[in-house]
Design a protein around this ligand. Structure first.
Ligand SMILES: *Cc1c(COP(=O)(O)O)cnc(C)c1O
Length: 409
């Protein structure tokens, strides 16, 4: 039997894969909308959305069509040439945002890397070599390259990888006084998630974002919003910062941009973009025709009032239902988030057990996420059918009952 025909199972993971993940015990093989099937044919409801990536669910027909149509035309031409899907997607992204210019890459970390390199280049060109400090926030997440993992504010992810890059400071999120104390003429950029995703679905306060914007203006520092997770309609606006009316100088987005096909983007203005002149930055795969054809279709579908308004309404509905499910057990301290990025924060007596609740959900044929040890996170398809959402909530109700009885045992 050839390798291609050979049966593979979850046990193979432990033999042939680098053990940096601990995947579930089953292997998904097929998906449609908000449903997934594993090797045994078990059907699961997916309220995790591939960690906020499958913004249009699994195998959305329009995305399948866009990908396969492009697959018959052109896959890759290198950056020696430009290509039509990239130009179309860039036109649409700039028309829909504050930005004039786009740089495409393949992952959230790479988009952030580009944003941070841009900020340092702008500062170096305009103000000289001493303006390179980057301010980030505690518990933030910006990716796993050596640079972005150090910009991120979770030391457990950056320890053990040698000397840390210089010039990165971390301050408490939503603490304007701390930002004011940290920022100076040496600061080239402040990077923030408008909603901290990985560390617990924690939204920024309005006065905080407004205050940070003013500080960045005062000190000639670029304000970078990392909307890798919160962007592309996830919160009921195309980008989460639109809820606040606070505009960044640079925005990064990824996850839902390709709906499951790898693509990311860094967006900025003409004024700043000119600093990344020919030869200053690049990537082999960024902006390839397949990814951009899919991204264009994702944007066309998501960036409509009907879809975005429905995300807001479904988010309200989901949060209300989760509060009701938790109420009899006094399970949640708070159910927070915006649109369909939702975090249910466990009460004191259940702290640290988000993973156990996620496992109980899986036994009830339901996929949810955690965001740290205390928060159960939901990031379903933005176009989830009401029936799938309700079936998912029914399964979650059963999972919660099992979880609570075990936690008390
Ligand atoms: C997921 C995520 C990243 C990293 O994206 P990758 O595609 O894994 O590199 C960066 N920032 C935020 C806010 C994220 O949620």
């Amino acid at each position: 039997m050839s390798i291609q025909e050979a049966q593979v199972s979850r046990a193979d993971f432990d033999q042939v894969m680098v053990p940096n993940y601990a995947p579930a015990g089953f292997i998904p093989v097929r998906g449609l909308g908000s449903r997934l099937w594993d090797q045994s044919g078990r059907e699961l409801i997916d309220l995790s959305g591939g960690i906020a990536v499958n913004g249009l669910g699994h195998c959305h027909p329009a995305l399948v069509e866009a990908l396969t149509t492009q697959a018959h035309k052109l896959w890759h031409v290198s950056n020696v040439f430009t290509n039509e899907p990239a130009l179309r997607l860039a036109r649409k992204l700039t028309a829909a945002t504050f930005a004039d210019r786009v740089f495409f890459s393949n992952s959230g970390a790479e988009a952030n890397e580009a944003a941070l390199k841009l900020a340092r280049k702008v500062a170096s060109d305009r103000f000289g070599a001493d303006k390179y400090e980057i301010i980030s926030t505690i518990n933030s997440f910006h990716g796993r390259t050596v640079f972005t993992v150090n910009v991120g504010g979770q030391p457990k992810y950056s320890e053990g990888f040698g000397p840390r890059p210089e010039g990165i400071t971390h301050v408490l999120y939503n603490d304007l006084a701390a930002m004011e104390k940290a920022i100076s003429e040496r600061t080239c950029a402040v990077i923030l998630e408008p909603i901290q995703g990985e560390s617990g679905v924690l939204p920024a306060e309005l006065a905080y974002l407004q205050g940070v914007r003013a500080l960045c203006d005062k000190y000639n520092a670029l304000l970078i919003f990392d909307e890798v997770q919160s962007g592309m309609g996830r919160t009921g606006k195309l980008f989460a910062h639109e809820h606040y009316g606070v505009t960044p100088d640079v925005l990064t987005t990824a996850k839902s941009l390709g709906g499951g096909f790898p693509i990311s983007a860094m967006l900025t203005t003409n004024d700043y973009a000119q600093h990344l002149a020919v030869g200053t930055h690049g990537t082999t795969f960024g902006g390839n025709p397949l990814a951009c054809a899919v991204g264009e279709t994702v944007l066309d579908i998501i960036n409509t009032p009907a879809v975005l308004d429905a995300v807001l309404a479904k988010g309200e509905y989901l949060r209300d239902k989760l509060r009701a499910i938790g109420e009899p057990y006094d399970l949640f301290e708070q159910v927070r988030g915006k649109g369909l990025l939702v975090g249910a924060v466990l009460n004191d007596k259940y702290k640290g057990k988000a993973g156990a609740l996620m496992a109980a959900a899986e036994r009830a044929d339901l996929l949810v996420l955690v965001a740290g040890p205390d928060v159960v996170r939901f990031a379903p398809s933005l176009v989830i059918e009401q029936a799938d959402l309700d079936e998912g909530l029914a399964r979650f109700t059963r999972a919660v009952a099992e979880f609570v009885s075990q936690a008390q045992a």
